[in-house]
Design a protein around this ligand. Structure first.
Ligand code: LRH
Ligand code: MN
Length: 397
């Protein structure tokens, strides 16, 4: 059984207290599917209001001091002012996400497009995003490309990789000191025959060709059904190239549901690999370190409570991973005790860690249940009554 002695509990709580989870600005705006985007009352109208809502999640969870932005969804006239606004609300602007997947010109791709003019336009946007990082003090530039093809023969697979490598090199060489590039892969959608960065191997090959500050991002919704994601995590940690996670969950494809909602056991197995590799606590500056980010859409559920619940799900999976009796597990593994080894992991997974987390929050001066505390705060009602006029933020797709 997991060791729940005071000493062990205290060390687990110390790790959880210092664990950081980054929130996606776009989770606070309206989102949906190609069938319908259901608007919700009170959603933010701009990046400043998104930062206000993200600050609420940090106020009640204590572990989400940064908000990732997406350009142009979070375009503002003065990014330094946005960073100051975030700071005044107790958080900071985190990862900058580029967007070269919504402009009419990108129908046949952005940096992989056959047309050099369009590739130039896409590259200019990526370089603008590094300028924004300089203004916000962000460390990470996250790149996800929708680039791909829908029919065999539509374009040359290898030629598109050459175009991609050329653009990534130009961006990598523009990065300033302490800045990193996080390269995200995705199996399919919106392209349905080939995607130019479809899997971790393709992302890793490009990152290794670029240099030490190019890292792979694992979005938990971007794999084929049945893929063992924790195996990929273990491999990327071993290669020193796991730059971050886009946590969400799915039953079928890129559903972008709340992290841990569809498959809490998978999230636990992933965090077990992270904990085992001592990669949980990241140094904010410098190349190394895993960025734990949420990348979700609350299409039908309230946004801020959805984010709080997601953070709690990640904390619960992490707490269980921290409770794995590593010695017992290793001993069983080395002696070929299959059931003993699996049992050591399942004991931790089957441990109810909610009391341990509630106690930690109390020690941090927070409510034991951040979800209930937020609902009781009246903030949701306040923004619904205040935020009239202007256009609610969304994906603008
Ligand atoms: C692509 C993706 C990527 C983001 C977007 C919001 O599916 O996961 O991380 O840019 O969602
Ligand atoms: Mn993502």
């Amino acid at each position: 059984m997991p060791d729940l002695t005071a000493v062990k509990t205290a060390s687990v709580q110390t790790m959880l207290r210092n664990h950081r989870i980054e929130l996606p600005s776009w989770a606070f705006g309206n989102s949906g599917t190609r069938f319908k985007v259901f608007g919700q009352p009170g959603v933010p109208r701009n990046a400043f209001e998104k930062a206000d809502d993200a600050a609420q999640v940090h106020k009640y969870t204590g572990v989400t001091p940064s908000m990732a932005v997406h350009i142009p969804w979070d375009k503002v006239d003065d990014y330094a002012a946005l960073a100051v606004h975030a700071k005044n609300n107790g958080i900071r602007i985190g990862t900058v996400n580029a967007n070269v997947f919504q402009d009419e010109d990108y129908k046949l791709g952005s940096v992989c497009n056959p047309d050099p003019k369009i590739r130039g336009k896409a590259l200019a946007h990526l370089l603008d995003c590094v300028d924004i990082m300089d203004a916000t003090g962000s460390r990470d530039l996250k790149l996800w490309f929708a680039d791909g093809t829908n029919y065999p023969g539509q374009d040359d697979i290898a030629a598109r990789q050459d175009r991609l490598a050329e653009a990534l090199r130009a961006v990598y060489d523009r990065l300033g000191p302490g800045q990193r590039m996080l390269l995200e892969y995705k199996l399919f959608e919106p392209s349905f025959y080939s995607t130019d960065i479809p899997d971790w191997g393709t992302s890793l090959v490009h990152c290794q060709a670029l240099g030490p500050r190019a890292m792979v991002v694992v979005d938990t919704g971007h794999h084929a059904p049945g893929v063992n994601i924790e195996f990929i995590v273990a491999m990327l940690l071993r290669a020193g190239r796991l730059g971050g996670f886009d946590f969400n969950s799915r039953f079928y494809a890129d559903d972008d549901l709340m992290a841990g909602a569809a498959d809490p056991f998978q999230l636990f197995r992933i965090m077990h690999e992270v904990v085992k590799a001592n990669a949980l606590i990241t140094a904010r500056s410098g190349d190394a370190g895993v960025a734990f980010m949420l990348d979700q859409c609350h299409n039908i559920e309230p946004k801020i409570p959805g984010q709080i619940r997601s953070v709690m799900n990640v904390q619960e999976a992490t707490a269980k991973a921290l409770l794995v009796d590593a010695e017992a597990l290793r001993a069983a593994q080395r002696s070929g005790d299959v059931l003993g080894a699996n049992g050591a992991l399942m004991d931790a997974y089957n441990t109810d860690v909610r009391p341990l987390l509630a106690e930690l929050r109390e020690e941090m001066g927070l409510a034991r249940d951040p979800y209930a505390a937020y609902l009781a705060s009246g903030y949701g009602e306040k923004i619904m009554s205040e935020r009239h006029g202007g256009s609610p933020a969304g994906w603008g797709a």
